[in-house]
Design a protein around this ligand. Structure first.
Ligand SMILES: NC(=O)C1=CN([C@@H]2O[C@H](COP(=O)(O)OP(=O)(O)OC[C@H]3O[C@@H](n4cnc5c(N)ncnc54)[C@H](OP(=O)(O)O)[C@@H]3O)[C@@H](O)[C@H]2O)C=CC1
Ligand SMILES: CC(C)CCC[C@@H](C)[C@H]1CC[C@H]2C3=C(CC[C@]12C)[C@@]1(C)CCC(=O)[C@@H](C)[C@@H]1CC3
Length: 365
């Protein structure tokens, strides 16, 4: 099933309680604290630029695995926003130990977090199914294929030091643990806060299985992990809305970043770039630049979280004339599946924590 646009103004969530949103925090003169994972390049870095251009009083935290690249990103942000408060945290979302350590440091440094962007993501060793591409090109599903990449891409996954599938660990599980660890900063009485997932229109129900959460059996771990993040966003809303935490998922569209440049050789992208700009006239999901791709992430930051629809994915779109806008589309998710995933993630969290504890004990002995 594809994602259907939702008519403007219809919101599945109606929240009676009046809470202090992060926008209200800004109005009250408090500088908002925003943390972005995977902020040193692509969509994450463009988002940081846009956030600081909107409000240079923000306390912006870049949580990145590579210290040098993170520092370069910080310097780049300070060039355009010299007075901005930009701090760095070392975080490898693919490692549970790293997530626990980073969360600890964040809790020591801040007593609040207004917005947490779960943006870091990988698509390792992508392979394009050329046959499927040419077949799709001359079918009625050509636009759908260009919008979602459905059926075109497979990836070769690896296993992390925690014994987890790398794509699952990075795109989903590490972020799950991060939210759980940062709960005291995110759930504050009387305040409303946001968790925002960079998902994808490549997320597909048929690529995901509750019996194979980590996608050990299949060849589309990326699609599976993004579908799982849509489910988890819904589950977070069910479990945390009463504590003031609201979760949303977005799709940035097709954006030219390190991730997409990894799919085909760069000379090939250069060759087909004019075609990509041409396709953009027909499909507004070809946002192409990180700035455009960050549109929905930025738009959500300016919304009242209580008014957002937990069943919607917010898409960054760019018109043929280059105008950016955000459109909510209904996700192909349901509560029972989201709840089942949430339960399984809690169980896995328990197992991994025990494993790490045992390793620490063995080390100490
Ligand atoms: N580009 C596109 O067309 C689309 C992208 N997306 C999603 O957008 C998000 C951002 O990707 P994009 O900007 O395109 O690609 P980039 O590769 O430019 O950015 C990915 C970011 O994630 C970071 N990252 C990767 N693995 C880890 C890790 N283990 N720990 C911490 N950080 C990590 C990268 O850091 P490092 O530099 O260290 O690798 C980098 O900063 C991803 O979640 C992606 O799935 C969704 C739909 C379309
Ligand atoms: C002549 C070549 C064989 C052309 C191949 C084009 C494909 C590589 C692209 C067509 C649609 C693209 C696409 C993505 C990757 C590159 C394509 C498959 C994504 C899957 C990238 C990551 C995402 O999350 C999606 C939203 C993208 C959807 C479209």
């Amino acid at each position: 099933m594809g994602e259907e646009p939702i008519p403007a103004g219809s919101h599945a969530v109606q929240c009676g309680a009046v809470m202090k949103s992060s926008a209200a925090a800004a109005a009250a003169g408090m500088s908002r604290v925003v943390l972005v994972t995977g902020a040193n390049s692509g969509i994450g870095l463009a988002l940081c630029e846009r956030l600081l251009s909107h409000d240079d009083q923000l306390q912006l935290c870049l949580a990145c695995r590579n210290g040098q690249r993170a520092e370069a990103a910080r310097q780049a942000l300070l060039v355009s926003h010299p007075k901005a408060q930009v701090s760095l945290f070392q975080l490898d979302v693919g490692s549970v130990r790293s997530v626990l350590r980073a969360a600890q440091e964040i809790k020591q440094r801040y007593n609040r977090l207004d917005c947490l962007y779960l943006n870091a993501g990988i698509m390792p060793n992508p392979q394009v199914d050329h046959k499927a591409f040419y077949k799709g090109l001359f079918s009625s599903k050509a636009i759908h294929m260009f919008t979602t990449g459905e059926g075109l891409l497979t990836q070769k996954d690896t296993v992390t030091s925690d014994g987890l599938q790398q794509v699952f660990a990075t795109n989903l599980f590490g972020h799950f643990i991060l939210v759980r660890e940062l709960e005291p900063l995110l759930c504050r009485p009387g305040s409303s806060t946001q968790v925002i997932w960079t998902s994808s229109s490549n997320a597909r129900r048929s690529a995901f299985s509750l019996d194979d959460l980590q996608h050990q059996q299949g060849k589309e771990p990326y699609s599976s992990s993004k579908y799982a993040s849509d489910l988890l966003s819904l589950a977070f809303n069910r479990h945390y809305n009463s504590k003031g935490l609201y979760s949303s998922a977005i799709c940035p569209g097709l954006v030219m970043t390190n991730l997409t440049y990894g799919i085909l050789p760069s000379f090939f992208w250069t060759l087909i770039m004019p075609i990509m700009w041409f396709i953009r006239v027909f499909t507004n999901s070809f946002t192409l630049t990180p700035y455009n791709g960050a549109e929905a992430l930025f738009w959500l930051f300016k919304q009242k979280p209580e008014a957002l629809d937990p069943m919607a994915k917010y898409h960054s779109l760019t018109s043929g004339l280059g105008n950016n806008y955000t459109q909510p589309r209904k996700m192909d998710v349901d509560d029972s599946m989201a709840e089942a995933l949430y339960k399984k993630l809690l169980e896995l969290e328990d197992t991994v924590r025990k494993k790490l504890k045992n390793e620490d004990l063995e080390c100490a002995a």
